[in-house]
Design a protein around this ligand. Structure first.
Ligand code: MN
Length: 424
Protein backbone atom coordinates (compact mmCIF):
# COMPACT_ATOMS: atom_id res chain seq x y z
CA UNK A 1 0.00 0.00 0.00
CA UNK A 2 1.51 3.34 -1.08
CA UNK A 3 0.20 6.20 1.02
CA UNK A 4 0.48 9.77 -0.25
CA UNK A 5 1.70 10.85 3.18
CA UNK A 6 4.71 8.51 2.88
CA UNK A 7 6.15 9.98 -0.32
CA UNK A 8 9.86 10.82 0.17
CA UNK A 9 9.28 13.90 -2.02
CA UNK A 10 7.02 15.67 0.49
CA UNK A 11 8.33 18.81 2.17
CA UNK A 12 6.76 20.80 4.94
CA UNK A 13 6.51 24.55 5.44
CA UNK A 14 7.29 23.84 9.10
CA UNK A 15 11.06 23.78 9.61
CA UNK A 16 12.37 20.23 10.10
CA UNK A 17 16.05 20.23 11.14
CA UNK A 18 18.32 17.68 9.47
CA UNK A 19 18.35 14.42 11.43
CA UNK A 20 14.99 15.16 13.09
CA UNK A 21 12.90 12.13 14.09
CA UNK A 22 9.75 13.92 12.96
CA UNK A 23 9.67 14.85 9.26
CA UNK A 24 6.35 15.30 7.45
CA UNK A 25 6.43 11.57 6.55
CA UNK A 26 6.16 10.57 10.23
CA UNK A 27 3.29 12.42 11.99
CA UNK A 28 3.20 10.41 15.24
CA UNK A 29 0.38 10.91 17.74
CA UNK A 30 0.70 11.77 21.42
CA UNK A 31 -0.85 13.57 24.39
CA UNK A 32 0.71 16.75 25.75
CA UNK A 33 0.07 19.67 28.05
CA UNK A 34 1.52 23.16 28.38
CA UNK A 35 1.40 25.93 30.98
CA UNK A 36 -1.86 27.04 29.36
CA UNK A 37 -3.36 23.83 27.95
CA UNK A 38 -4.80 20.84 29.82
CA UNK A 39 -3.90 17.47 28.25
CA UNK A 40 -4.81 17.32 24.55
CA UNK A 41 -3.86 15.26 21.50
CA UNK A 42 -1.09 16.39 19.20
CA UNK A 43 1.27 15.31 16.45
CA UNK A 44 4.99 16.03 16.13
CA UNK A 45 6.64 17.84 13.22
CA UNK A 46 10.31 18.91 13.44
CA UNK A 47 10.73 20.67 16.78
CA UNK A 48 7.02 21.49 17.08
CA UNK A 49 3.85 19.91 18.35
CA UNK A 50 0.56 20.58 16.58
CA UNK A 51 -2.52 21.03 18.73
CA UNK A 52 -5.17 18.81 17.14
CA UNK A 53 -7.98 20.27 19.26
CA UNK A 54 -7.36 23.66 17.70
CA UNK A 55 -7.35 22.22 14.16
CA UNK A 56 -10.53 20.25 14.82
CA UNK A 57 -12.42 23.15 16.43
CA UNK A 58 -11.44 25.49 13.62
CA UNK A 59 -12.75 23.35 10.80
CA UNK A 60 -9.57 21.85 9.41
CA UNK A 61 -10.98 18.30 9.78
CA UNK A 62 -14.55 19.10 8.70
CA UNK A 63 -14.59 16.60 5.81
CA UNK A 64 -13.61 13.71 8.10
CA UNK A 65 -16.78 13.81 10.27
CA UNK A 66 -14.90 13.11 13.50
CA UNK A 67 -16.79 12.95 16.80
CA UNK A 68 -16.86 16.22 18.71
CA UNK A 69 -14.11 16.58 21.30
CA UNK A 70 -12.25 13.51 20.04
CA UNK A 71 -8.85 15.18 20.56
CA UNK A 72 -9.78 17.10 23.70
CA UNK A 73 -9.05 14.18 26.02
CA UNK A 74 -6.42 12.90 28.44
CA UNK A 75 -5.77 9.81 26.32
CA UNK A 76 -5.90 8.79 22.66
CA UNK A 77 -8.05 5.69 23.33
CA UNK A 78 -11.26 7.12 21.83
CA UNK A 79 -9.38 8.31 18.76
CA UNK A 80 -7.69 4.91 18.35
CA UNK A 81 -11.10 3.22 18.74
CA UNK A 82 -12.22 4.91 15.50
CA UNK A 83 -10.02 2.30 13.82
CA UNK A 84 -6.93 2.21 11.73
CA UNK A 85 -8.74 3.43 8.60
CA UNK A 86 -9.97 6.62 10.29
CA UNK A 87 -6.53 7.17 11.83
CA UNK A 88 -5.07 6.90 8.35
CA UNK A 89 -7.50 9.54 7.01
CA UNK A 90 -6.57 11.93 9.83
CA UNK A 91 -2.84 11.40 9.25
CA UNK A 92 -3.31 11.98 5.50
CA UNK A 93 -5.21 15.21 6.18
CA UNK A 94 -2.55 16.49 8.62
CA UNK A 95 0.11 15.66 6.03
CA UNK A 96 -1.83 17.71 3.46
CA UNK A 97 -2.05 20.70 5.84
CA UNK A 98 1.69 20.58 6.50
CA UNK A 99 2.82 20.36 2.85
CA UNK A 100 4.91 23.30 1.63
CA UNK A 101 2.50 23.99 -1.22
CA UNK A 102 -0.66 23.98 0.91
CA UNK A 103 -1.73 27.41 2.21
CA UNK A 104 -4.75 26.50 4.36
CA UNK A 105 -2.90 26.57 7.68
CA UNK A 106 0.42 28.05 6.55
CA UNK A 107 -1.11 31.39 5.44
CA UNK A 108 -3.31 31.71 8.52
CA UNK A 109 -0.81 33.43 10.82
CA UNK A 110 -3.16 33.57 13.81
CA UNK A 111 -3.89 29.83 13.55
CA UNK A 112 -0.18 28.95 13.24
CA UNK A 113 0.59 31.01 16.31
CA UNK A 114 -1.83 28.96 18.40
CA UNK A 115 -1.67 25.51 16.80
CA UNK A 116 2.13 25.22 16.46
CA UNK A 117 3.82 24.89 19.83
CA UNK A 118 7.60 24.54 20.32
CA UNK A 119 8.44 21.14 21.81
CA UNK A 120 10.45 22.88 24.52
CA UNK A 121 7.18 24.29 25.89
CA UNK A 122 5.23 21.02 26.14
CA UNK A 123 5.22 18.16 28.57
CA UNK A 124 4.49 14.79 27.00
CA UNK A 125 2.10 12.49 28.86
CA UNK A 126 1.00 8.85 28.58
CA UNK A 127 -0.53 8.62 25.06
CA UNK A 128 -3.04 5.92 26.03
CA UNK A 129 -4.74 4.49 29.06
CA UNK A 130 -3.44 0.91 29.03
CA UNK A 131 -6.11 -1.63 29.94
CA UNK A 132 -3.90 -4.70 29.42
CA UNK A 133 -0.21 -5.34 28.99
CA UNK A 134 1.43 -8.47 27.61
CA UNK A 135 5.15 -9.09 27.26
CA UNK A 136 6.54 -11.53 24.73
CA UNK A 137 9.94 -13.24 24.55
CA UNK A 138 10.39 -13.22 20.79
CA UNK A 139 14.07 -12.60 20.07
CA UNK A 140 15.88 -15.88 19.41
CA UNK A 141 19.25 -14.35 20.33
CA UNK A 142 17.94 -13.08 23.67
CA UNK A 143 16.24 -16.36 24.55
CA UNK A 144 19.38 -18.28 23.55
CA UNK A 145 21.67 -16.03 25.61
CA UNK A 146 19.48 -16.29 28.72
CA UNK A 147 19.02 -20.05 28.25
CA UNK A 148 22.80 -20.53 27.88
CA UNK A 149 23.52 -18.48 30.99
CA UNK A 150 21.02 -20.12 33.32
CA UNK A 151 20.43 -23.58 31.87
CA UNK A 152 22.42 -25.34 29.20
CA UNK A 153 24.21 -23.75 26.20
CA UNK A 154 23.50 -26.91 24.17
CA UNK A 155 19.76 -26.76 24.82
CA UNK A 156 19.36 -23.02 25.36
CA UNK A 157 15.88 -22.78 23.80
CA UNK A 158 13.08 -24.65 25.56
CA UNK A 159 11.17 -27.14 23.34
CA UNK A 160 8.16 -24.81 22.83
CA UNK A 161 10.13 -21.73 21.77
CA UNK A 162 10.12 -22.23 17.99
CA UNK A 163 6.48 -23.35 17.96
CA UNK A 164 4.80 -20.42 19.70
CA UNK A 165 5.58 -16.84 20.71
CA UNK A 166 6.14 -17.26 24.46
CA UNK A 167 4.61 -14.48 26.55
CA UNK A 168 3.10 -13.56 29.92
CA UNK A 169 0.53 -11.07 31.18
CA UNK A 170 2.29 -8.09 32.72
CA UNK A 171 1.14 -5.17 34.83
CA UNK A 172 -0.55 -2.26 33.02
CA UNK A 173 -0.81 0.13 36.00
CA UNK A 174 2.93 0.71 36.29
CA UNK A 175 3.60 1.63 32.65
CA UNK A 176 4.86 5.23 32.66
CA UNK A 177 5.85 7.80 30.07
CA UNK A 178 9.44 8.74 29.27
CA UNK A 179 10.96 11.06 31.87
CA UNK A 180 9.27 9.41 34.87
CA UNK A 181 11.87 8.24 37.43
CA UNK A 182 11.78 4.65 38.69
CA UNK A 183 12.80 3.57 42.21
CA UNK A 184 15.02 0.54 42.65
CA UNK A 185 12.64 -2.18 43.85
CA UNK A 186 13.09 -4.18 47.04
CA UNK A 187 12.18 -7.83 47.21
CA UNK A 188 13.06 -11.40 48.05
CA UNK A 189 16.41 -12.53 46.82
CA UNK A 190 18.19 -15.79 47.52
CA UNK A 191 21.99 -15.42 47.45
CA UNK A 192 23.53 -18.54 45.83
CA UNK A 193 25.26 -19.69 49.04
CA UNK A 194 22.40 -18.86 51.43
CA UNK A 195 19.91 -21.36 52.79
CA UNK A 196 17.03 -18.88 53.00
CA UNK A 197 15.99 -15.81 51.01
CA UNK A 198 16.61 -12.28 52.29
CA UNK A 199 14.63 -9.05 51.74
CA UNK A 200 16.71 -6.21 50.26
CA UNK A 201 16.98 -3.70 47.40
CA UNK A 202 17.66 -5.47 44.08
CA UNK A 203 21.38 -5.66 43.32
CA UNK A 204 20.85 -6.70 39.70
CA UNK A 205 18.72 -3.93 38.23
CA UNK A 206 18.50 -4.15 34.45
CA UNK A 207 16.81 -2.57 31.43
CA UNK A 208 15.23 -4.47 28.54
CA UNK A 209 15.32 -2.93 25.07
CA UNK A 210 11.89 -3.54 23.56
CA UNK A 211 9.38 -2.16 21.07
CA UNK A 212 5.67 -2.37 21.95
CA UNK A 213 2.61 -2.33 19.71
CA UNK A 214 -0.70 -0.75 20.69
CA UNK A 215 -4.06 -2.11 19.55
CA UNK A 216 -6.92 0.05 18.23
CA UNK A 217 -9.83 -2.40 18.31
CA UNK A 218 -12.19 -4.01 20.74
CA UNK A 219 -12.93 -7.67 19.97
CA UNK A 220 -15.53 -10.03 21.36
CA UNK A 221 -14.60 -12.66 23.91
CA UNK A 222 -14.42 -15.94 21.99
CA UNK A 223 -13.29 -14.38 18.70
CA UNK A 224 -9.77 -14.43 17.31
CA UNK A 225 -7.61 -12.34 14.99
CA UNK A 226 -5.74 -13.95 12.08
CA UNK A 227 -2.19 -13.05 11.05
CA UNK A 228 -3.76 -11.55 7.91
CA UNK A 229 -6.01 -9.16 9.86
CA UNK A 230 -3.65 -8.51 12.77
CA UNK A 231 -2.07 -5.30 11.51
CA UNK A 232 -5.43 -3.60 10.85
CA UNK A 233 -5.98 -3.92 14.62
CA UNK A 234 -2.62 -2.33 15.50
CA UNK A 235 -2.34 1.47 15.51
CA UNK A 236 1.38 1.84 15.96
CA UNK A 237 4.56 1.30 17.95
CA UNK A 238 6.43 2.88 20.85
CA UNK A 239 9.86 2.22 22.38
CA UNK A 240 9.62 0.23 25.59
CA UNK A 241 11.99 -0.29 28.54
CA UNK A 242 10.90 -3.31 30.57
CA UNK A 243 12.94 -2.60 33.73
CA UNK A 244 13.87 -5.93 35.35
CA UNK A 245 15.31 -6.98 38.71
CA UNK A 246 17.30 -10.10 37.78
CA UNK A 247 18.02 -11.30 41.33
CA UNK A 248 14.31 -11.11 42.28
CA UNK A 249 13.42 -12.76 38.96
CA UNK A 250 15.82 -15.70 39.46
CA UNK A 251 14.22 -16.60 42.80
CA UNK A 252 10.54 -16.00 41.97
CA UNK A 253 10.01 -17.01 38.35
CA UNK A 254 9.45 -20.78 38.65
CA UNK A 255 6.87 -21.98 37.67
CA UNK A 256 4.62 -19.06 36.64
CA UNK A 257 7.14 -16.58 35.20
CA UNK A 258 8.17 -13.08 36.25
CA UNK A 259 6.09 -11.17 38.82
CA UNK A 260 7.60 -8.53 41.17
CA UNK A 261 10.85 -8.52 39.19
CA UNK A 262 9.03 -6.72 36.36
CA UNK A 263 5.86 -5.04 37.63
CA UNK A 264 7.51 -2.12 39.47
CA UNK A 265 7.73 -0.07 36.26
CA UNK A 266 7.99 -0.04 32.47
CA UNK A 267 8.79 3.10 30.47
CA UNK A 268 7.46 4.01 27.01
CA UNK A 269 8.32 6.74 24.52
CA UNK A 270 5.51 9.33 24.28
CA UNK A 271 4.86 9.36 20.51
CA UNK A 272 2.95 6.51 18.86
CA UNK A 273 4.56 6.03 15.47
CA UNK A 274 1.85 4.64 13.21
CA UNK A 275 2.26 1.38 11.29
CA UNK A 276 1.27 3.50 8.29
CA UNK A 277 4.40 5.66 8.66
CA UNK A 278 6.49 2.48 9.01
CA UNK A 279 5.00 0.86 5.90
CA UNK A 280 8.07 1.64 3.70
CA UNK A 281 10.36 -0.08 6.23
CA UNK A 282 8.92 -3.58 6.09
CA UNK A 283 11.50 -6.35 5.76
CA UNK A 284 11.54 -10.12 5.81
CA UNK A 285 12.07 -11.65 9.26
CA UNK A 286 14.34 -14.57 10.12
CA UNK A 287 13.52 -17.90 8.43
CA UNK A 288 11.21 -19.87 10.72
CA UNK A 289 12.08 -23.52 11.06
CA UNK A 290 10.53 -25.92 12.01
CA UNK A 291 7.47 -24.72 10.09
CA UNK A 292 4.86 -23.08 12.25
CA UNK A 293 1.29 -24.33 12.70
CA UNK A 294 -1.17 -22.97 10.11
CA UNK A 295 -2.68 -20.32 12.44
CA UNK A 296 0.80 -18.77 12.81
CA UNK A 297 1.70 -18.80 9.12
CA UNK A 298 1.60 -15.49 7.26
CA UNK A 299 2.16 -13.87 3.87
CA UNK A 300 4.40 -10.93 3.07
CA UNK A 301 7.01 -9.03 5.00
CA UNK A 302 5.98 -8.56 8.62
CA UNK A 303 9.18 -7.36 10.27
CA UNK A 304 10.25 -3.70 10.42
CA UNK A 305 13.75 -2.35 9.94
CA UNK A 306 14.08 -0.06 12.96
CA UNK A 307 17.54 0.80 14.27
CA UNK A 308 17.62 0.83 18.07
CA UNK A 309 20.17 2.00 20.60
CA UNK A 310 20.51 2.09 24.37
CA UNK A 311 22.53 4.65 26.30
CA UNK A 312 23.45 4.78 29.97
CA UNK A 313 24.03 8.19 31.47
CA UNK A 314 25.52 8.30 34.98
CA UNK A 315 24.68 11.29 37.19
CA UNK A 316 26.48 14.45 35.95
CA UNK A 317 28.22 12.66 33.09
CA UNK A 318 27.96 12.03 29.35
CA UNK A 319 25.82 9.15 28.09
CA UNK A 320 27.54 6.08 26.59
CA UNK A 321 25.94 3.94 23.87
CA UNK A 322 25.96 0.41 25.29
CA UNK A 323 23.86 -1.40 22.68
CA UNK A 324 22.93 -1.10 19.00
CA UNK A 325 20.20 -3.46 17.87
CA UNK A 326 17.33 -3.63 15.38
CA UNK A 327 13.63 -4.54 15.56
CA UNK A 328 14.08 -6.63 12.39
CA UNK A 329 15.86 -9.36 14.40
CA UNK A 330 12.57 -10.48 16.00
CA UNK A 331 11.90 -14.17 15.28
CA UNK A 332 8.15 -13.83 15.90
CA UNK A 333 6.51 -10.81 14.24
CA UNK A 334 3.70 -8.65 15.65
CA UNK A 335 1.06 -10.27 13.43
CA UNK A 336 1.98 -13.71 14.78
CA UNK A 337 2.05 -12.39 18.34
CA UNK A 338 -1.47 -10.97 18.09
CA UNK A 339 -2.81 -14.05 16.27
CA UNK A 340 -1.36 -16.32 18.94
CA UNK A 341 -2.61 -14.09 21.77
CA UNK A 342 -6.21 -14.34 20.54
CA UNK A 343 -6.32 -17.85 19.03
CA UNK A 344 -7.96 -19.19 22.21
CA UNK A 345 -10.71 -16.54 22.14
CA UNK A 346 -8.98 -13.94 24.35
CA UNK A 347 -10.49 -10.51 23.56
CA UNK A 348 -8.37 -7.42 23.04
CA UNK A 349 -9.06 -3.80 24.02
CA UNK A 350 -8.19 -0.38 22.66
CA UNK A 351 -4.89 0.84 24.10
CA UNK A 352 -3.59 -2.62 25.02
CA UNK A 353 0.19 -2.75 24.97
CA UNK A 354 2.24 -5.71 23.74
CA UNK A 355 6.00 -5.71 24.41
CA UNK A 356 8.20 -7.51 21.91
CA UNK A 357 10.52 -9.00 24.49
CA UNK A 358 14.16 -7.97 24.74
CA UNK A 359 15.55 -7.35 21.26
CA UNK A 360 19.05 -8.79 20.99
CA UNK A 361 20.95 -9.04 17.73
CA UNK A 362 23.59 -11.60 16.75
CA UNK A 363 26.69 -9.74 18.02
CA UNK A 364 27.56 -8.93 21.68
CA UNK A 365 27.29 -5.16 20.98
CA UNK A 366 23.68 -5.67 19.94
CA UNK A 367 22.39 -7.37 23.09
CA UNK A 368 19.31 -5.71 24.56
CA UNK A 369 19.91 -6.07 28.32
CA UNK A 370 22.72 -5.57 30.87
CA UNK A 371 22.32 -9.23 31.80
CA UNK A 372 23.59 -10.17 28.34
CA UNK A 373 25.89 -7.20 27.65
CA UNK A 374 27.87 -7.78 30.88
CA UNK A 375 27.12 -11.54 30.80
CA UNK A 376 25.61 -11.69 34.30
CA UNK A 377 28.39 -9.56 35.74
CA UNK A 378 31.30 -11.51 34.24
CA UNK A 379 32.21 -8.87 31.60
CA UNK A 380 31.54 -5.40 33.05
CA UNK A 381 30.73 -2.58 30.62
CA UNK A 382 33.02 0.43 30.45
CA UNK A 383 31.35 3.82 30.31
CA UNK A 384 32.76 7.06 28.89
CA UNK A 385 33.39 8.51 32.36
CA UNK A 386 35.73 5.61 33.19
CA UNK A 387 33.28 3.80 35.45
CA UNK A 388 32.17 0.16 35.10
CA UNK A 389 28.72 -1.42 35.15
CA UNK A 390 27.66 -5.00 35.81
CA UNK A 391 24.10 -3.81 36.37
CA UNK A 392 22.57 -0.34 36.78
CA UNK A 393 23.59 1.95 39.64
CA UNK A 394 21.36 4.43 41.45
CA UNK A 395 20.99 7.71 39.50
CA UNK A 396 21.84 6.08 36.15
CA UNK A 397 19.55 7.26 33.36
CA UNK A 398 18.66 4.74 30.65
CA UNK A 399 17.81 6.18 27.25
CA UNK A 400 16.41 4.16 24.34
CA UNK A 401 16.29 5.68 20.86
CA UNK A 402 14.99 4.26 17.62
CA UNK A 403 14.46 5.22 14.01
CA UNK A 404 13.88 3.77 10.56
CA UNK A 405 15.73 5.32 7.62
CA UNK A 406 15.51 4.92 3.84
CA UNK A 407 15.63 7.16 0.75
CA UNK A 408 16.79 10.07 2.93
CA UNK A 409 13.68 9.82 5.13
CA UNK A 410 14.08 9.18 8.84
CA UNK A 411 11.06 8.05 10.85
CA UNK A 412 12.04 8.34 14.51
CA UNK A 413 10.47 7.60 17.88
CA UNK A 414 12.07 10.32 20.03
CA UNK A 415 13.34 9.11 23.38
CA UNK A 416 12.30 6.55 25.96
CA UNK A 417 14.15 7.79 29.01
CA UNK A 418 14.05 6.97 32.71
CA UNK A 419 16.25 7.65 35.70
CA UNK A 420 16.82 4.94 38.28
CA UNK A 421 16.51 6.35 41.82
CA UNK A 422 17.58 4.63 45.01
CA UNK A 423 15.26 2.23 46.86
CA UNK A 424 12.58 3.86 49.01
MN1 MN B 1 10.55 -7.99 28.78
Amino acid sequence: MMLKSNSPNLKSWVDVPKGSDFPIQNIPFGIFKTKYLSPVAGVAIGNHVIDLVYLHENGFFDKLSLPQGIFNQKYLNDFLALGRKKGREVRERISELLRHDNDELKSNKAACEIALIPMSEVQMLMPVRVPNYTDFYSSEEHATNVGSMFRDPKNALLPNWKHLPVGYHGRASSIVVSGTPIHRPKGQVKPPDAEFPVFCPSQKLDFELEVAFITCAETKLGSHITTKDAEENIFGLVLFNDWSARDIQTWEYVPLGPFLSKNFGSTISPWIVTLDALEPFRVKGPEQFPHVLPYLSFDGEKNYDITLEVLIQPEKSEPTIVSRSNFKYMYWNIAQQLAHHTVNGCNIQVGDMYGSGTISGPSPGSYGSMLELAWNGQRPLHLADGSERKFLLDNDTVIIRGHAEKDGIRIGFGECKGKLLGAL
